[in-house]
Write a protein that binds this ligand. Structure first.
Ligand code: PGD
Length: 819
């Protein structure tokens, strides 16, 4: 495998902004190159992925090597796994149908889902079956019988967005008669509470850029954030420019603090001060800091006056006037296990330095997660540095390279879900049943007709009988796998379309093999925040086995539903891609840049854009700070809402109108019989569950299982040594994992990354012991609160013991038997 070394950014030999046209002028006018011919020619093909842009080396029609794009300042070590995912044994090769479903009909023997007993069928048979089920379920159960709100990280690319394509097919083919979903599993709580507090989603917004942080921030705090690990991936094609900022900041030698139960990659990278907080107690710690600031008169009263509303309503709570509990550093220390003196020291340190509080999303992906970022904003408001260079707070430095300065670029549109064209869709939405907050999927299937609250509205769960999942892996991502297993039993039909035999595919009735992103053509922006290039995601190899593009599968289904033309709009793959590029190119004159024509762009494969100097100076909320009247926030008051009248009106017990410490359903130190908190943060060598089926797994598994980090004191007390197979369990379920004994994790916390594929023992019914390490066997299924109904993927107390029973090889990494 060649070159995963770092590449100097100055070595970029690629076209830049306005110079692009000139350089292209030197090229001979390009005739249209048949993408299939390009794909099978030997040589290197430039393409893009969540892990970055890279060259795929092709020999004799086979993909044999991978090399990062030279414009990538910090290539991900996961690229070899990306290549392997295309040919791994976990590849879905043919359309398959669960035997009992095929032989006995929809809904037959649901307990055999997950037992890997499939029958191979032809594409024709498979598509007939799917169309038949779409019609039958919709005719029998009406417009809310089918769930098409399928969620997941899919692959990059503006055309082959399988989730939009699924909904497009349901919109044009069934006139929108399906249940959709809103929100995501990443920021379920924050993306609902932040608009009430800051007037924006906040979590997906550009941050004060790294050059400003490097220059002006004195103290950089990572509060439950690990950008060195998590910036490997992006939603579009990762640029990795955030690493330039991290490295520049490191060179300054300025102070970095990591508040985290684990000594993270970032803590090690900076040799930061590590504050090993007890999980789920961050709000208490923030309150302790806030109380110190107030009582020591270190808070910025002028900032609170001018830029916020409701501090006066929050203060009596902080001081304990409303509940007889002053939120002192000592009170906080009891809860969070950070010494009171340290909490006070932090208050003084934050106040006396230009401090950037950079938070990740784990502290909101938990029960009552809404409070965490609300309290962080309140704390930052008391410090009064929001809108100053290098001060305030940031909720996206750890994601997709937030804080990397933005280029003066054009932005691509993508395939639409076709919803706008659906006649009669309005009545569905009005019925309030057409969409659910995404992480309520198991609750929905199990509780048709049940009322639930969501951000001020009361809605009713529909009665879903058929699920169609693409581009996601709920049997890895959904907290409380058991609830999903129970829910699945209520379903008559499950269709899964993927290129990997994921646990979700194994739980399906009809499995359709999709192409991977490297067996088709597409186009994508590079850099979610920097948007510094557009890359042609050229097809690397011909589709393997019988895999077909999601676009073609859905076009065929639309045809069978009488709506092919509405689905394709008469355009094929390359016509769509060209259309997206040309529509983006229309933005160029207004931005004062020139871009090559489509054919020239496709030939070269990438176009890069300049980053203007002023974008290297961007300070989030500086406009608001300069003039809060002319540049108000999008909140009802135009100010930062420490107290929200809108939330007050909703009257939720589990989300009061100002930030509060609310006991989570489970946490350490609150009388549970389970002595460990399970930290389920994102993996270092996977993207959620993607690449779990590849050779990359061999680089991190322990005894063939997902690693389980455990503190030496805890391990010793249980007779566990490094390399042991351990059983992690609670009343909800049990998983096997491989012990890694390390003092990089604090006592009473163990860490198993999310995204491990769920693997019940061979031939056993789903819901039993998972032999690999799907943490969601152990997490709670409740929503964060009535406000956001986000997922609580980090909420789980467990016990752990040395495992002495039979431990089979996880069956999930083999190809299911074919009848
Ligand atoms: P992925 O592994 O990315 O996980 O959950 P998500 O379902 O997004 O799944 C994507 C699937 O899409 C893979 O099976 C892949 O093979 C398939 N796929 C990729 N490309 C294509 C394509 O072109 N066509 C088709 N048909 N399929 C394709 C992630 C979710 O997990 C997220 S975003 C978060 S933030 C949550 N994190 C946690 C957590 O921290 N802790 C816990 N306990 N649980 C979590 N769950 C959530």
């Amino acid at each position: 495998m060649s070159g995963h070394h770092r590449t100097e950014i100055s070595r970029r030999g690629v076209l830049k902004g306005a110079t692009a046209l000139g350089a292209l002028g030197l090229l001979a006018p390009s005739a249209w190159v048949n993408p299939a011919r390009a794909a099978i020619a030997d040589g290197e093909v430039l393409t893009g992925s969540h892990w970055g842009a890279f060259y795929a080396k092709v020999e004799g029609g086979k993909w044999v090597d991978v090399r990062p794009w030279e414009g990538d300042p910090h290539p991900s070590h996961q690229l070899p796994g990306v290549m392997d995912s295309v040919m791994s044994p976990t590849r879905i090769q043919y359309p398959m149908v669960r035997r009992a479903f095929l032989e006995e009909g929809p809904g037959a023997k649901p307990e055999t889902r997950g037992m890997n007993d499939f029958v191979r069928v032809t594409w024709d048979e498979a598509l007939e079956l799917v169309t038949g089920e779409l019609k039958r379920v919709s005719d029998t159960y009406g417009p809310t019988g089918i769930f098409g709100g399928s969620y997941g990280w899919k692959s990059s690319g503006k055309l082959h967005n399988c989730q939009s394509l699924l909904r497009r097919m349901l919109n044009v083919g069934l006139n929108g008669a399906f249940v959709n979903s809103s929100g995501d599993y990443s920021t379920g709580a924050s993306q609902i509470i932040m608009p009430h507090v800051m007037g924006t989603l906040e979590v997906y917004e550009q941050q004060t850029v790294w050059p400003v942080v490097v220059e002006s921030t004195d103290l950089l705090v990572f509060w439950g954030a690990d950008p060195v690990r998590t910036n490997q991936i992006g939603w579009t094609v990762a640029d990795h420019d955030g690493y330039i900022g991290l490295e520049e900041f490191k060179k300054t030698g300025k102070k970095v603090i990591c508040i985290d139960p684990w000594r993270s990659h970032t803590a090690k990278f900076f040799d930061a001060e590590w504050i090993p907080i007890r999980p789920h107690t961050d709000v208490a710690m923030m309150l302790g800091i806030a109380h110190t600031l107030y009582t020591e008169e270190l808070h910025d009263a002028d900032f609170l006056d001018e830029y916020t509303t409701g501090f006066d309503k929050f203060l009596p709570y902080l001081l304990g006037e409303t509940d007889d509990t002053p939120k002192t550093a000592e009170w906080a220390a009891e809860i969070c296990e950070v010494p009171a003196e340290k909490i006070k020291e932090l208050a003084r340190l934050f106040q006396s330095n230009r401090t950037m509080l950079s938070s990740g999303w784990s502290i909101q992906r938990q029960h009552h997660g809404e409070q965490s970022h609300w309290m962080l904003v309140t704390l930052a408001s008391m410090l009064g540095q929001i809108g100053l260079p290098g001060g305030g707070f940031g909720l996206s430095y750890h994601y997709a390279n937030g804080g990397a300065p933005s280029a003066n670029s054009i932005v691509l549109p993508g395939i639409s879900d076709g919803g706008a064209a659906v006649e009669g869709a309005a009545w569905l939405t009005e019925a309030g049943a057409a969409s659910i907050p995404v992480s309520r999927v198991a609750e929905m299937i199990l509780n048709p007709g049940k009322e639930f609250n969501f951000n001020g509205k009361t809605q009713t769960f529909p009665d879903v009988k058929m699920v169609y999942w693409v581009g996601g892996n709920p049997f890895a991502h959904h907290p409380s796998t058991q609830e999903l297993i129970e829910g699945w039993k209520r379903l008559e039909t499950v269709v899964v379309q993927d290129f990997q035999w994921t646990p979700t595919a194994r739980m399906a009735d009809i499995v359709l093999p999709a192409t991977s992103a490297y067996e088709r053509n597409d186009i994508e922006n590079v850099g979610d925040y920097s948007a510094r290039a557009i890359v042609a995601m050229k097809q690397v190899i011909e589709p393997m086995y019988e895999a077909r593009n999601d676009f073609d599968i859905f076009a065929d289904l639309a045809e069978k539903l009488g709506a092919r033309d509405k689905f394709t709009e008469g355009k094929d793959e390359m016509a769509w891609i060209k259309g997206f590029y040309e529509s983006a190119a229309e933005q160029a004159p207004a931005r004062g840049i020139e871009v090559p024509g489509f054919d020239a762009f496709w030939e070269v494969g990438i176009v890069e854009f300049e980053i203007p100097e002023e974008n290297k100076q961007f300070v989030r909320y500086s406009d608001f700070r300069e003039d809060p009247l002319l540049e108000p926030l999008g909140t009802p008051s135009g100010l930062i809402e420490i107290y929200s009248k809108n939330i007050e009106k909703m009257g939720y017990d589990d989300c009061p109108p100002h930030p509060m410490w609310l006991e989570p359903i489970e946490r350490l130190g609150n009388g549970s019989k389970f002595p460990f908190h399970l930290d389920t943060a994102h993996p270092n060598s996977r993207l959620h569950s993607q690449l779990c089926g590849t050779k990359l797994r061999d680089t991190y598994t322990v005894a063939g299982r997902e690693p389980c980090l455990i503190n030496p004191a805890d391990a010793e007390a249980r007779g566990i040594v490094d390399g042991d197979i351990v059983r992690v369990f609670n009343d909800r379920g049990a998983i096997l994992a491989g012990a890694v004994v390390t003092d990089e994790i604090r006592p009473n916390v163990i860490r198993v990354s999310e995204g491990g594929w769920y693997s019940p023992a061979a031939g056993s019914e789903a819901g039993t012991l998972c032999e690999y390490g799907d943490v969601n066997m152990l997490t709670v299924g409740v929503g964060t609160s009535s406000l956001a109904q986000g997922n609580c993927g980090h909420t789980a107390l467990v016990d752990v013991e040395k495992y002495t029973g039979e431990a089979g090889d996880p069956v999930v990494f083999t190809t299911p038997a074919e009848g």
